[in-house]
Write a protein that binds this ligand. Structure first.
Ligand SMILES: CNC(=O)c1cccc(C)c1Nc1nc(N2CCN(c3ccccc3Cl)CC2)nc(N2CSC[C@H]2C(=O)NC)n1
Ligand code: NI
Length: 185
């Protein structure tokens, strides 16, 4: 199982690399790793398991965060966190194919499992995105996302491009709310 010791932290060069696309058919190692990543995110949200294995809670993780510079992510939002509908995905070669002009942000800023410090500030992201990704069988999917799932998926896709959430905070006015940004309510 993946634990915090497997997660690389700010300053590790892999976090700033552009990750490589995966090719299909996937090797078994990548399939297993992706499943372990989804399990980690779920475990991290379980108070007992998080306590037992000293896991920091998260709703998403990207392969570069466990020092695998490949383009795949895992996201898990329980129905409590996502307006009554569970959102659970493993995405290979995810990409944003279109997005709204309007932006959104988490009112309390963002955290990251690879950043061991609180960085206050608004992280503007597209409010709605149309994404394309492949599942572990190589099937192509297209999905429109909004609200929390859209924010989390953009945060994780950023990791595939060597971007960290605080890169998107306005250094001169971190807490300012830009006109075109609606806080997620
Ligand atoms: C600096 N202020 C803050 O961090 C911040 C501060 C307050 C609120 C939010 C909402 C903040 N922001 C933020 N909180 C989260 N969690 C809230 C707690 N939760 C969780 C915790 C316990 C059980 C189950 C769960 Cl679900 C896990 C997820 N996650 C992210 N991000 C940014 S997008 C990827 C995602 C991620 O997984 N990060 C590790 N941001
Ligand atoms: Ni992160």
């Amino acid at each position: 199982m993946i634990t915090m010791k497997d997660i690389i932290r700010e300053g590790h060069p892999t976090l700033r690399k552009v990750a490589e696309e995966v090719t299909f058919p996937l090797d078994d190692a990548s399939k297993q790793t992706a499943q372990d990543m989804l399990e980690f995110v779920k475990n991290s949200q379980d108070p007992e398991l998080a306590e037992k294995y000293d896991l920091r809670p998260g709703v998403g993780i990207a392969a570069p965060q466990i020092d695998i510079s490949k383009r795949f992510i895992a996201v898990y939002l329980s129905e409590e966190e996502n307006d009554g509908q569970e959102f659970s995905r493993i995405m290979f070669n995810p990409k944003i194919i279109s997005h709204s002009a309007g932006k959104t942000a988490l009112p309390t800023g963002e955290g990251c499992l690879s950043v061991d410090r609180k960085v206050a500030g608004i992280v503007p992201r597209a409010a709605r995105v149309k994404i394309q990704y492949f599942d572990q069988d190589g099937q192509k999917h297209e999905e429109r996302l909004r609200n929390y799932p859209a924010i989390v998926v953009q945060h994780e896709i950023d990791h595939l491009n060597g971007v960290l959430f605080f890169d998107r905070i306005d250094p001169d006015n971190p807490l300012a709310l830009p006109d075109d940004v609606e806080l997620l309510g």
